[in-house]
Design a binder for this molecule. Structure first.
Ligand SMILES: NC(=O)c1ccc[n+]([C@@H]2O[C@H](COP(=O)([O-])OP(=O)(O)OC[C@H]3O[C@@H](n4cnc5c(N)ncnc54)[C@H](OP(=O)(O)O)[C@@H]3O)[C@@H](O)[C@H]2O)c1
Length: 329
């Protein structure tokens, strides 16, 4: 493999140390927020592993009532469901690619509580490889989870949030929804889609007291890389010559990093979400990068002022701020 490929991969894996990440979390607007110290009813998707599982458990430990949803509870996710139930969480079946499953899952939460305070759209799948080598069906499956899954969850829960005039939606995007890494571009496209989706919902719901926040994690050791889609039409990759070998090398190098002492700590994401949940509506940031930014935070800053000007020119500047709940509410 040539020197430029090695340089490329080496740059890709250069990471901030855990200490650096924690300093960023502390120095970002995560501190000094107005917090709400009350128990909330929280529904989270994709809670069988990774950020979802950790966030569900962390929120429950913080005193919140957590409905940890996952698919296939009767099958391969049974041990995960049992473990969460043993810790006092409510486990419900939700496959975010299935309208009926989403509606049943949300209905079962509302039957149980009558109220929903927070929805965390976490379920997601990865993809890594030469973009051309993925079939259209694979890309549809990717968007079905990462994008349409969120739309399904929002359609099922928003009538409740709107009736309450209160609520928080946290969508899990990615820094790859702002910055493009070659060979991760189809996954990135699904996360770019969530950027616009989240902004649009945030503006549209702002007058109703419902907050919508996008969390943009960097790369962390979870199951997402091992379970990521790989190209079904691998015969296309050789046509890319040396470049066709980069995706495997990138994944391999990431796995080595994750197995090392320098691996970033995925718990950063759960901590960030708990802090968001405990803030008052109207005081949260619209976006939050967690981990090494690769410039996503700079793009966020630029987009904030460009978006504000766009809304102003439409005469809709007042949709930029989520209405704060009155103290009496
Ligand atoms: N790890 C990272 O570096 C990173 C970085 C940026 C963003 N993210 C995002 O973080 C979120 C969580 O991913 P993770 O890193 O924690 O990976 P993970 O450990 O693989 O977790 C993904 C979760 O999504 C669930 N899921 C997949 N398809 C589903 C479906 N159809 N219905 C319901 N649940 C489904 C998985 O359930 P099963 O166990 O049943 O498959 C799993 O619980 C994703 O949105 C991902 O894109 C991750």
């Amino acid at each position: 493999m040539s020197a430029w490929v090695f340089n490329y991969v080496a740059r890709f894996i250069s990471i901030a140390s855990d200490m650096h990440v924690r300093m960023r979390l502390r120095s970002s607007n995560l501190i000094g927020w107005e917090t709400l110290n009350m128990s909330r009813n929280i529904l989270i998707t994709g809670a069988s592993s990774g950020f979802g599982r950790d966030t569900a458990e962390t929120l429950a430990r913080a005193g919140h009532r957590v409905f940890a949803s996952m698919r296939d509870i009767a099958g391969r996710n049974r041990p995960h469901a049992d473990a969460l139930e043993a810790r006092g969480l409510h486990v419900i079946e939700v496959d975010v690619t299935d309208d009926a499953s989403v509606e049943r899952g949300v209905a079962s939460v509302l039957e149980n509580t009558g109220r929903l305070d927070v929805l965390i759209n976490n379920a997601g799948i990865g993809s890594a490889g030469v973009s051309e080598a993925f079939t259209t069906k694979q890309v549809q499956a990717l968007f079905d989870v990462n994008v349409f899954g969120i739309q399904r969850m929002l359609r099922a829960t928003l009538p409740t949030f709107r009736k309450q005039g209160d609520g928080l939606i946290v969508n899990i995007g990615s820094i790859l929804g702002r910055v493009t890494f070659p060979f991760f571009g189809l996954y990135g496209a699904s996360k770019f889609a969530i950027e616009a989706l989240t902004d649009s919902y945030r503006y549209e719901l702002s007058t109703l007291g419902i907050d919508v926040v996008l969390v943009q994690p960097s790369k962390y050791p979870t199951n997402i890389f091992a379970s990521a889609q790989r190209p079904a039409d691998a015969a296309r990759a050789p046509g890319y010559g040396e470049a066709g070998a980069i995706p495997d090398k990138m994944v391999e190098t990431l796995m080595a990093l994750f197995a090392s002492d320098h691996a970033p700590n995925p718990h950063d994401v759960a901590d960030a979400i708990v802090q968001l949940v405990e803030q008052a509506n109207g005081t949260r940031p619209a976006r939050l990068v967690v981990g090494q930014s690769f410039g996503a935070d700079a793009l966020n800053t630029q987009a904030t002022s460009i978006q504000a000007r766009a809304l102003e020119s439409l005469g809709l500047a007042y949709l930029s701020e989520t209405k704060r709940r009155s103290a009496a509410a």
